[in-house]
Structures are given as structure tokens and as C-alpha cells.
Write a new protein. Structure first.
Length: 278
């Protein structure tokens, strides 16, 4: 997976127009609009069928995920390394509006994604919680260590508004909903106990492996440049998420919870996109 992560990082660095912010994007649209005004009417790149294929590959940043119901006031968190974001799908143009200098479109897309992040470790504060019985007397506890990976497979219906399109450039906003299959493999995490003065008194390792299906939502922006009348290449930025879920039973003894419950997942992705019209 390190090779794919390197590929995703390199592709993300090839789209400076997206990372440069709204000022550069506005300048691109202004210059492009001036050229189109000189030509009087913008060119329409659409193919007769109004169908297109799209593919994405890039870098995914998965934010720290809370571990719920662990009996600590400040929930432990699972951290993740930068990973892979990939997405394929097809779309259909539903409506088109001809403006003086550009075209606006409304489209619908059906997409499938692949999001992979390796676990960087579990972190928590060292806290005191109430006695739970002879195995968990009054004292201090913390969580740490851990390795493994998180896999997300989203399936979505996206709605796309192309706010600005000419024969050279298009800028689009999109939002979508769907379902996601999430698979977590957490290994070798530590549950540490301390005495009342903070000296460690024991360490128990635990693991959890499981999957869940839940609601998925996403929104983003893409900027594409026309290579031919039917092929566009550019970049995208996307946020995606899914609500809290339960990820399976804990493997390990003397751990004060039996099931790994996690909070919502929040992904931020950036990368390269290609579309091909049929």
C-alpha cells in the first residue's frame, strides 16, 4: 500500500490550481471568460449521448476517530496515516443552460470509492474512573499503542452543478449521499493501569476486527481542463463522512469494554480527476 500512497501523494501535488485557492481560480475563470467573449459564444463540449465516465485517484486524510464507551471522560482516539482515495463512476447530464460567456450544467453521477488508511496508533489521556469491581479498582487508566488499517467502500448518488464551463475550463460543485461498508482491523493496542500516584501497574493488549454498513455523505469541488472535445483532466477536493458505528468484539482480557464502538469518520481528499464523454 506504500506504493499506492506515494502515487496518491504525487498526483495530489500535480494540481496547484486547486491548492492555490479562490484567487487563482477566479483569475483562471476571468481569463478564460475574456477569451470566450472574444469568440462571442462558448463552445459546448458535450457528446450527443450526454454520458460520461470519471475516475479519481489521490491522497486521503482521515481525521482521528473517537473510541466510544471506554469509561474515560475524554474519549481515546485512533490516529491514521495519510492514505489512498480512489473513485470511479459514470454520469449523465440532465440539464444545460447557455449563458453569454459560458455554459452551466446539472448532472447526476453514480460512483463507487475505495479509501484506505493505516492506523498510526491509539492515544488517550490518563484518567481516573469509578471502580467496576475487583478487576478495575479505583485508579488511573489509559489507552495507547495499536496498529492496523481502516478500509472504506462508499457507493453514492452525486448531484453535480457545473457552474462554469467553456471549451477549455470547467468548475463544478457536487454533493451526494449513499451507503458505505467500513472495515476496521485494530491490533496490539494497550490498556494500561496505574496506581493513585501514577506508577504503571499493568498493561493488557487488545485487538478488534469488524465491519459495519452505514449512511455516507460527501461534497466537493473539481476544476477540469479540456484535453480534447471529450476528455478532461484536472483536480478535485472532497469531504466525505459516515456516522458512528460498532466495529466488532474486543479480543483481550481485563479490558473495561467488550465491543469497539467508534465515532463518525471524517475524510478530506485531494487528487487528480479525469472524465471521458461518450
Amino acid at each position: 500500500m506504500k506504493m499506492f500512497a506515494a502515487l496518491a501523494t504525487s498526483t495530489a501535488l500535480t494540481i496547484p490550481a486547486m491548492a492555490a485557492g479562490p484567487d487563482v481560480l477566479g483569475l483562471l475563470m476571468l481569463q478564460d471568460g475574456a477569451a470566450e467573449t472574444a469568440n462571442a459564444v462558448p463552445a459546448d463540449k458535450s457528446a450527443p449521448s450526454d454520458l460520461y465516465f470519471k475516475g479519481d485517484v489521490g491522497l486521503n486524510l482521515l481525521q482521528d476517530v473517537k473510541m466510544r464507551d471506554t469509561l474515560l471522560d475524554q474519549a481515546p482516539r485512533i490516529g491514521f496515516r495519510p492514505g489512498i482515495d480512489a473513485n470511479i463512476g459514470f454520469g449523465i447530464d440532465l440539464a444545460k443552460t447557455q449563458k453569454a460567456t459560458h455554459i452551466e450544467r446539472f448532472s447526476m453521477e453514480f460512483t463507487a470509492g475505495f479509501i484506505w488508511n493505516e492506523i498510526d496508533g491509539v492515544t488517550s489521556n490518563t484518567e481516573e474512573f469509578d471502580p467496576l469491581g475487583p478487576f478495575f479498582p479505583l485508579g488511573l487508566y489509559s489507552y495507547g499503542g495499536g496498529e492496523g488499517r481502516m478500509l472504506q467502500i462508499p457507493l453514492n448518488v452525486d448531484f453535480v452543478w457545473t457552474a462554469y464551463e467553456t471549451k477549455r475550463l470547467s468548475v463544478a460543485l457536487n454533493a451526494g449521499i449513499g451507503v458505505q461498508w467500513t472495515d476496521l482491523d485494530l491490533k496490539n493496542a494497550d490498556f494500561t493501569t496505574y496506581d493513585l500516584v501514577g506508577n504503571p501497574t499493568g498493561v493488557t493488549q487488545f485487538s478488534a476486527k469488524g465491519n459495519a454498513v452505514g449512511f455516507h455523505y460527501q461534497a466537493g469541488i473539481d476544476v477540469l481542463f479540456a484535453l480534447t472535445s471529450s476528455i478532461e483532466l484536472g483536480g478535485y477536493f472532497r469531504y466525505s463522512g459516515t456516522p458512528a458505528s460498532s466495529m466488532g468484539k474486543i479480543t483481550g482480557t481485563s479490558v473495561p469494554f467488550g465491543e469497539l464502538k467508534i465515532g463518525e469518520l471524517n475524510n478530506f481528499s485531494v487528487g487528480a480527476r479525469m472524465t471521458v464523454s461518450f
